[in-house]
Design a protein around this ligand. Sequence first.
Ligand code: PLP
Length: 471
Amino acid sequence: MTPDEIHAQLQALQARDLPSHGGRTLAYVYDSGLADADAIGRTALTMFADSNGLDPTAFPSLLAMENDLVGMAGALLNAPPVFAGSVTSGGTESVLLAVLAARDGAGASPGGSSMVLPTTAHSAFHKAAHYFGVEPVFVDVDPETFRADPEAMAAAVRDDTVLVVGSAPSYAHGVLDPVTELGALAADRGIRCHVDACIGGWVLPHLDAGPPWDFTVPGVTSISVDLHKYAYTPKGISLLLHRDSTLRRGHFFASAAWPGYTMLNSTMQSTKSGGPLAAAWAVTRAIGSQQYAVLARTAREATLAIARGVDGIPGLRVVVEPDSTLLALASDGSCDVFTIADEMLARGWYVQPQLAFRGMPATLHLTLSAATAPSVPDFLADLGESVETARAAGAVPVDAGLAGAIAALDSASLSDSDFDGLLTMAGLAGDDGSLALPERMAPVNALLDLATPALREAMLLAFLDRLSRPS
Ligand SMILES: *Cc1c(COP(=O)(O)O)cnc(C)c1O
């Protein structure tokens, strides 16, 4: 193929994706609306795409940019002078490494430690528990405020607990956990406290809202903050900061016990592209702290304007007053949120369905970027129409046979043929045993909503397995 043909094909492939720019995709992507900052980020991304962060002495540029970014974040999060940090590939890796460092710092081995976290903590902590053998002890959040309950969390701390977790803010509901209390509880027990500020860490310092949650809070030992979210940098970069460098040691790794090069890694990856790091370095300099403050306030005002607008839409409500730039919307029962998501998509907006969980209702998640601000009136008009359409459509019909089948399935033993049977019943089976994804996702979400979390996971894994097959 010629370069032109390849480019055309890439464009054709990309045309089916959600748009990353334009402010109409309210999850997954972040748009500053600043074309110049985007352009310099792409230039840096390409310039450093082939460099390798495997060896900081071979590519000193990458080390210098990493130290600059960590320094910038430390200033933003009020880190003490002895703090240290590392660049990671994303929020999940930052969270994984915070858990690993806490486990190893306590001298615990897999299976020999636990961590206490609110039920609203990001699923990356479940992954960390799974990977590193740290037992997660989940504590229900306050049912009114959706915030962590520090007394209940204190009661859940055990002799083998190495870490307490809070979010700033939580992804699902956009509220800040009481970090002061969580830090105090961790300090009191001599254990670590990680604040997951993956999504709020670059926004909250610019808003004068809410209680403290950064390194000014005694007892907070580490904080994760994603650059590929509200620093509006290209994907593939987050930061994990520690109060001091000894706390970081547990996620460093060296191996000289083989005949090849001595391996020395600060994170999980070994060979890693310098592209996302250079792009983040460039974009953070292009935007700068004054402009970040403007972007944060713009996104915050858009969030509050949407919250006020939702108050005027019968049938829909804001689940909890937002602390940052995220919103969760729920129905009063007169309309189905999953249908609203489909209706919004038909109108060119992506809002993210969140399933009901432990007494918390099914919701629509909205992450507001600065670039959405000018379109808030259009968004609210389309949302109002979508809610009306959803109300007229009524409840999403779930076939009684299908509901019965779900109720009878055991997540521990979901077999391929069980799953194929479900797919066929749900009309999702293609001719050749593949998947036939429907236009509208509401029936699928309604079905998942009926299942227990364990069964949801089993069905999703079977789904992913069928999605990812060689072409
Ligand atoms: C996005 C997010 C993560 C995970 O980050 P990825 O970059 O998707 O791996 C973790 N915690 C919170 C609160 C987040 O919003």
